[in-house]
Design a protein around this ligand. Structure first.
Ligand code: GDP
Length: 379
């Protein structure tokens, strides 16, 4: 390549006054696409509410190919298990590593008082792992398994929230972004859906439950986006239905449920909020991750630091299976009290030195003013 052609790529002659930083978003875009996205979704609700069907419909994939459904006897004794399935989905060159954590056994036992304990423990374990990885040597390649969003399935057959629903959401609202959904909405008429939605929202408010707040739009956002967000906010709790099969309706192939009186189309906004739920998840994926990082993880981190005195417990090399060098890396981020004291003393000494310099300069200026001399004096 001649130097003339190669220099042409860097020439600024065609667009004078253009520095080029308008290209920065493209760089960020390219980098994110190359790296791919990671997202972890948890689904919680009694068994049979259609969680697996909905997740498969949402991501057009079969996340549970080898699923075994326990019978009633097994269910009564069963404790909550957590089941994480990961799929890599690619759409137009963009990769999404999606992990769905299912909670089989939730609400199935006769006594459900403790059934969210293992869920809390799981969420905390993911935070703990992230905290540990963050203070390790290889911080750049951390796999983020923290739960970014939790779909909480509410039964369509009740008159609102059950005590277990309220208790679960209260126990977890400071740990995870809860998005309430009304399951199997096709079992209800339009009026019944509206009634159940308002009832659920009233109870959520009355009980002081904090569900994931969809972020407000900036005033300079375009009108379509504002309208979309308004509709999404209005639709909470999303009344959804799912279906595994594709049907033919008036010459169109649709995902739906076939009844003797007609077809419930999953992706028809007149029939249910499935599309709204998917839009919410996709358009707010980054916000869900940011809230997880900045609110829930920070909550966990500060509680954890307060509990352990000041900083995360140091993991010895044998405990964490790391080499000595790596375990030194682990402690680099953490401060020793003596280190902190030394740093404080150094800061104080520096402040004292600056104070002295300032006083000296002031004295010089006063001497100059007194002598009326315009020449400089020696320090
Ligand atoms: P999970 O135990 O919560 O994961 O529930 P499944 O996804 O296994 O669904 C349990 C049963 O409910 C299955 O027979 C599904 O076909 C059915 N089902 C799933 N989604 C819906 C829905 O939206 N509406 C109706 N009416 N039935 C559904």
């Amino acid at each position: 390549m001649s130097s003339e052609t190669s220099n042409k790529n860097f020439s600024n002659l065609e667009t004078p006054g253009y520095v080029g930083f308008a290209n920065l978003p493209n760089q960020v875009h390219r980098k994110s696409v190359k790296k791919g996205f990671e997202f972890t979704l948890m689904v919680v609700g009694e068994s049979g509410l259609g969680k697996s069907t909905l997740v498969n419909s949402l991501f057009l994939t079969d996340l549970y190919p080898e699923r075994v459904i326990p019978d009633a006897i097994e269910k009564t004794n069963q404790t909550v298990k957590l089941d994480a399935s990961t799929v890599e989905i690619e759409e137009r060159g963009v990769k999404l590593r999606l992990t769905v954590v299912d909670t089989p056994g939730y609400g199935d036992a006769i006594d459900n008082t403790d059934c969210f304990r293992s869920i809390i423990q799981y969420i905390d374990e993911q935070f703990e792992r992230f905290l540990r990885d963050e203070s390790g040597l290889n911080r750049r390649n951390i796999v983020d398994n923290r739960i970014h969003c939790c779909f909480y399935f509410i039964s369509p057959f009740g008159h609102g929230l059950k005590p277990l629903d309220i208790e679960f959401m209260k126990q977890l609202h400071n740990k995870v972004n809860i998005v309430p959904v009304i399951a199997k909405a096709d079992c209800l008429t339009k009026k019944e859906v509206q009634r159940l939605k308002s009832r659920v929202m009233e109870e959520i408010e009355r009980e002081g439950i904090k569900i994931y707040p969809l972020p407000d739009c900036d005033s300079d956002e375009d009108e379509d986006y504002k309208e979309q967000v308004r509709q999404l906010k209005e639709a909470v709790p999303f009344a959804v239905c799912g279906a595994g099969q594709q049907l033919e309706v008036r010459g169109r192939r649709v995902r739906g449920r076939l009844y003797p009186w007609g077809v419930v189309e999953v992706e028809n906004p007149e029939h249910c909020d499935f599309i709204k739920l998917r839009t919410m998840l996709i358009t707010h994926m980054q916000d869900l991750q940011e809230v997880t990082q900045e609110v829930h993880y920070e909550n966990y981190r500060s509680e954890r630091l307060a509990r352990s005195g000041q900083v995360p417990k140091r993991h010895t090399s044998t405990e964490s299976g790391l080499s000595e060098a790596e375990s030194n890396g682990l402690t680099n981020g953490s401060e020793d009290p003596s280190d902190r004291e030394r740093a404080l003393r150094e800061k104080e000494a520096e402040l004292r030195r600056m104070q002295e310099m300032l006083e000296q300069m002031q004295r010089q200026m006063q001497m100059q003013a007194a002598s009326g001399a315009s020449t400089t004096t020696t320090a």
